[in-house]
Design a binder for this molecule. Structure first.
Ligand code: GDP
Ligand code: IMO
Ligand code: MG
Length: 425
């Protein structure tokens, strides 16, 4: 069986966790392939909200295997915190959670390095979640990292010490006056590593290959969004992994010709948390309404998310780079009550009108060109069938489908699992 992908098409927080949870009943395995605890994936069901950071969003389904792939970076301390919360919910994760031996470990000093690097950047900071993501991927590509499989080796603590010592001298180099107590951080870290070691470590590329061969269905769950991709995002204001479709191949060991459906997920408007350009960002009442009604605060850091109109230039770019086959539109309910909606369909770029996403989208180069469409007043949150959707919402969806040339097969009208409307292709 081919591996299906579910990817965020904007700057993250599109609602990936919710939709993975909704789709999990169709899959035997849910697999994360990149990112780490910088992610915050929210699931809401039975009146309860759950936030996952590293653990795949299929974990609440008893018969589903949840796989943390080689492309993921794991902070044992945050991972243990997630496990503790699952235990409180009586989730039998030992049975359903497997971890790639090739996934890299985030050390306490990676987090400190992240903080030192950001502090040294001053105003030019990335707005990182400070989870140590950048430094850990740097050690991976620099061939210095410690992997999950290393924890099974007798000398791993010596390797740890030598890397952590190196990090300490790097932190000093930044001269960023970061205060920390490494002994305390290490005590917590080593305790969490022991918990991690009670889980099942696997050679995940072989596991995935055999699962595919025996007809098992697999959904790969992306983290972050395409505009945060290390290559195709708004560099340097990006994360340190490939968040796009290709990342699932390297992050799981799946061959490109084994990819099936590519589900692209987007909000009916746009949000961004952290620094970096955002052409359709709003600084007015409309932006405030999106923020308030959409409750736009980060699931990992609690920071306010910046809000703006839907940007079809950026969305089209993301669809192209990922080869999206089906779209899912989230948070349509948040736009109820806007008399008119604006959609950016082109950019004015250095005097020219362009329809592609250029190298540089800094505000001095880009002015969004908007098409106005009629809004809807109806409350969508109780709707469960496409036949109930107001005409203006249908028109909005059809307009987007025409522009993007891809069908929108799911419309989400609230955070709960049940607030999901399926549309025919
Ligand atoms: P993820 O990182 O892509 O999984 O998304 P997050 O969980 O960070 O952010 C999405 C937020 O929107 C969460 O608080 C969800 O509970 C919420 N959410 C998801 N879908 C909808 C929707 O259709 N309507 C509303 N109002 N909220 C939604
Ligand atoms: P999910 O999976 C939204 C952003 C950070 C910052 C930049 C780099 O929940 O959609 P990093 O910690 O990776 O060094 O931060 O990327 N960022 C996210 N924004 N959703 C996320 O994940 C994000 N993960 C990282 O805010 O701008
Ligand atoms: Mg999130």
């Amino acid at each position: 069986m081919a591996v299906d992908l579910l990817l965020g098409l904007q700057w993250g927080d599109e609602g990936k966790g919710k939709i993975v949870d909704v789709l999990t009943s169709n899959y035997d395995i849910i697999a994360r392939f990149q990112g780490g605890p910088n992610a915050g994936h929210t699931l809401v069901f039975n009146g309860k909200k759950h936030v996952l950071h590293t653990i795949p969003s299929g974990i609440f389904h008893e018969d589903t295997i949840n796989l943390v792939g080689n492309g993921v970076v794991i902070d044992p301390v945050i991972f243990k915190g997630e496990l503790d919360k699952l235990a409180e919910q009586n989730v039998d994760y030992k049975k359903s959670l497997v971890i790639s031996r090739k996934a890299h470990i985030i050390l306490p000093t990676h987090r400190l390095l992240d903080a030192a690097s950001e502090a040294s950047k001053g105003k030019a900071k990335i707005g990182s979640t400070l989870k140590g993501i950048g430094p850990t991927y740097m050690d991976k590509t620099g061939r210095n990292g410690i992997r999950v499989g290393d924890l099974e080796l007798s000398d791993w603590q010596e390797r740890y010490r030598s890397l952590a010592d190196k990090h300490e001298s790097m932190i000093e180099f930044y001269d960023a006056k970061i205060e920390y107590n490494l002994e305390e951080l290490e005590a917590e870290f080593f305790k969490a590593v022991e918990v991690l070691k009670t889980l099942t470590f696997i050679d995940s590329e072989e596991y995935v290959y055999q699962a595919q061969k025996s007809g098992k269905t697999i959904l790969a769950e992306g983290a972050q969004g395409s505009l945060l991709d290390i290559d195709f995002g708004t560099y340097p204001f990006v994360t340190s992994s490939n968040t796009t479709a290709a990342g699932s191949c390297t992050g799981l060991g799946v061959a490109p010709n084994q990819i099936g459906e590519v589900f692209g997920i987007f909000k009916a408007y746009t949000t961004r948390v952290g620094s970096g350009p955002f052409p359709t960002e709003l600084f007015d009442e409309d932006g405030e309404t999106m923020s308030r009604v959409g409750n736009e605060f980060g699931a990992t850091t609690g920071r306010a998310r910046r809000c703006g109109w839907l940007d079809l230039v950026a969305l089209k770019y993301a669809c192209q780079v990922n080869g999206v086959t089906q779209l899912m539109m989230m948070k349509g309910d948040v736009l109820s009550g806007f008399k008119t909606l604006k959609v950016c369909t082109a950019y004015k770029y250095k005097g020219d009108v362009i329809k592609h996403f250029p190298y540089n989208i800094d505000p001095e180069n880009i002015e969004p060109i908007y098409t106005e469409v009629e809004g809807w007043a109806e409350d969508l949150t109780e709707m469960s069938d496409a036949s109930q959707m107001p005409k203006a919402l249908n028109d909005y969806i059809e307009f987007l489908e025409k522009e993007l040339e891809i069908p929108i097969t799911i419309v989400s009208v609230g955070p709960d699992r049940k607030q999901t409307i399926f549309r025919d292709k």
